[in-house]
Design a binder for this molecule. Structure first.
Ligand code: HEM
Length: 627
């Protein structure tokens, strides 16, 4: 019996649909590793979008500590076993080439910058990038040199928080609308009583620190900049687009938040699912996205371009000030004549600069000299902002200065290209700003819901007094505060997994093999939540990290705590992040009592994106403590 041609054609189409939609060849290769079937071409994306990181926990419960999940047609080998994670996190140093393609669709210069980022790159580009990070934020001396900036930003942020705090003694008399009882009033409202979302504003502090440490300048970010920028579009000026007259810091905040937002599934470009489902068509998808960008794509590209422009601007400022200093030195040596511009900028005052987000097509970042008056910006409207230099120039202890200085006299292969300098500055902002803000807001939440822990932390920070917080004080005199931060990072790791590529076949035990080229997802969150590893994993118990509780409540293996990753690619900013977090907590809890506001829905709900963030924020009220 022969089939009619129409049925035969249908049969062939169906076979092709199944073959490609379910990646039959790859599934055969991975047949010994269990996992869900998923949807054709989509894999487990729908479930992941609906249930977030908890979905992966449910897969671990069902299929075991090594399983395969499908991101579109690409298999992810998910490891939740602490010993295996440790073994291969050390052994595998490379990241998969296509890693970024699952998060966004980047085009043009923004694509090049992404590929050069220390977070994403492998090989020499990663090594060069990683080295400058290590010199600037791992090295003890460099790290200590960032502390004055961190102290300054913490003090400034806490002073602003005081404006939101309710006064300790008097409460408004019932029926007296608008009474402020000492708390600052904003148009007749009592700020302390209304509460505020800590998650929305604490980025004002982390971005201010990032500005000083990464770029060596004062971006002048304020807490309410974040609240305004968090949910507004950069394309309409809300997040800090051109023409708005906002400070550069505020524009940068808007741009960084927009960049993060585009990584949340519900805000991503429509080109992303296409790129995920049809990997072979990615060059075409990128081309389409650059020619016919949808709104999300335009917003994302504009945001990234804006951040890159700030880096470009500061690179040029740095180069100009070096040139001017050299000319001044030469002039002084030649008879003490002064040279125009030899001071390297208008010290202490602030430099007017223009930064502009392009239409979002990923166009190259224009050199600073192309904008009127030698300022950066490129084509189109430019918005003026003010960057205040700290200490009369781009701070020489900054990451930017370290990168620029390191290029001088370096051999060709060790020299960071312009794109790499921009990429590493971008990475600094993106990797450091939101992760640390998230950690701080979750610590606040946990302390507000665990008054005994808050009391113990308060006693510890009170013992320090008001003096400048030195490196030694932060390292040695805050064991409980450190334990609280570590426990918050265990319960809510901002990045719940880290990624590696298998550069050879890897033995996963039990006859299972991760073939060469596999995409390995090391799922730290599952380890943190594993009752065989951490007793009472759901409970907030900071004493796990102290000698008094380590034996009963800590993990058998200290490697089971890994919110910063493990091995050669472990987060390079972990020491800086801890310094930033401790400094702010000391200053905040020395001054305020923090309580959860009734607006805060409980239990806390987290949502999925590149990082896990609280869906409804973290609503608190502050009360000035009587001293
Ligand atoms: C609480 C705050 C932070 C958390 C939870 C965090 C977490 C992480 C994680 C999980 C990784 C991947 C590690 C791996 O693959 O093994 C990572 C990488 C990285 N982080 Fe952080 N991070 C934080 C703060 C920072 C800060 C402040 C910076 C700024 C310097 C930073 C810069 C980086 C960089 C450059 C990498 C890539 C390292 C590499 O691949 O060699 N992070 N971070």
């Amino acid at each position: 019996m022969t089939l009619p041609p129409a049925w035969a054609l249908l049969g062939v189409l169906l076979a092709l649909f199944v073959y490609f939609g379910y990646s039959v060849q790859k599934r055969w290769q991975l047949r010994k590793i269990p996992g869900p079937l998923g949807w054709p071409f989509l894999g487990s994306i729908p479930e992941f979008s609906l249930h977030g990181y908890e979905y992966v926990l449910s897969l671990a419960a069902k299929y075991g500590s090594v399983h395969v999940a499908w991101l579109g047609v690409e298999p992810l080998i998910v490891m939740c076993d602490p010993a295996l994670i440790k073994k291969y996190a050390y052994k595998c140093v490379s990241k998969p080439e296509s890693m970024s393609d699952f998060g966004h669709v980047l085009t043009g210069f923004n694509y090049d910058v992404d590929k050069a980022s220390a977070f994403v790159a492998s090989g020499d580009v990663w090594r060069r990038g990683r080295r400058v990070f290590e010199a600037s934020v791992i090295n003890g001396v460099s790290l200590a040199s960032h502390l004055p900036a961190i102290n300054r930003c913490a003090n400034r942020f806490v002073a602003r928080l005081a404006q939101r705090a309710a006064a300790p003694a008097a409460r408004p008399a019932p029926g007296k609308a608008g009474a402020t009882n000492g708390g600052d009033s904003d148009g007749g409202r009592t700020l302390g009583e209304e509460g505020f979302d800590m998650f929305s504003i604490v980025g004002g502090y982390t971005m201010a620190v990032t500005g000083e440490v990464a770029y060596g300048v004062n971006f002048g970010t304020a807490d309410d900049d974040i609240a305004t920028a968090r949910n507004s579009s950069i394309l309409e000026g809300g997040g800090g687009s051109s023409g708005s007259g906002m400070s550069i810091g505020r524009q940068l905040v808007g741009a960084s938040l927009a960049s993060f937002r585009c990584l949340q599934m519900e805000h991503s470009t429509l080109y992303l699912p296409l790129a995920v489902m049809f990997p072979a068509a990615r060059p075409l998808v990128r081309w389409l996205a650059s020619r016919f960008p949808d709104r999300a794509q335009r917003e994302h590209m504009a945001a990234r371009t804006q951040i890159a422009q700030v880096s470009r601007l500061l690179m040029e400022r740095w180069a100009a000030s070096k040139k001017a200093a050299a000319a001044a030195a030469a002039a002084a040596a030649g008879g003490g004549k002064t040279v125009d511009g030899a001071k390297g900028g208008d010290k202490g005052g602030g430099i007017a600069v223009a930064v502009n987000a392009t239409a979002g097509n990923g166009a190259a970042v224009a050199p600073a000299s192309s904008a009127p008056g030698g300022a950066a910006g490129g084509a189109g409207k430019a918005s003026d902002g003010v960057i205040k230099e700290v200490g009369g120039g781009i701070s020489s202890s900054s990451f930017m200065a370290a990168m620029m200085e390191g290029r001088r006299g370096a051999s060709q292969e060790e020299r960071l290209s312009d794109t790499e300098v921009i990429a590493q500055s971008f990475t600094f902002v993106m990797a450091g700003f939101e992760t640390t803000a998230l950690t701080l807001s979750l610590v606040t939440f946990l302390l507000a819901t665990h008054p005994e822990a808050a009391a113990r932390l308060t006693a510890e920070v009170d013992a320090l007094g008001d003096g400048e917080l030195t490196h030694e004080v932060l390292a040695e005199e805050l064991p409980y505060t450190e334990a609280v931060i570590k426990e918050a990072l265990r319960l809510y790791p901002p990045i719940p997994y880290f990624i590696r590529e298998a550069r050879e076949d890897l033995d996963l035990g039990g006859g299972r093999v991760a073939p060469r080229g596999s995409y390995l997802t090391m799922y730290v969150y599952a380890v943190h939540m594993n009752p065989d590893v951490w007793p009472h994993p759901e409970a907030f118990l900071p004493q796990r990290f102290l000698p008094e509780g380590a034996a009963a409540l800590g993990p058998a293996d200290p490697g089971a705590w890994a919110p910063f990753g493990i091995g050669a690619r472990m987060c390079v900013g972990h020491k800086l992040a801890m310094m930033m977090a401790k400094t702010l907590l000391v200053r905040m809890y020395q001054r305020f009592t923090v309580a959860l506001h009734p607006k805060q829905p409980l239990p806390l709900k987290m949502k999925t994106g590149l990082s896990r963030i609280p869906v409804d924020g973290v609503w608190v009220t502050l009360t000035e403590r009587k001293k």
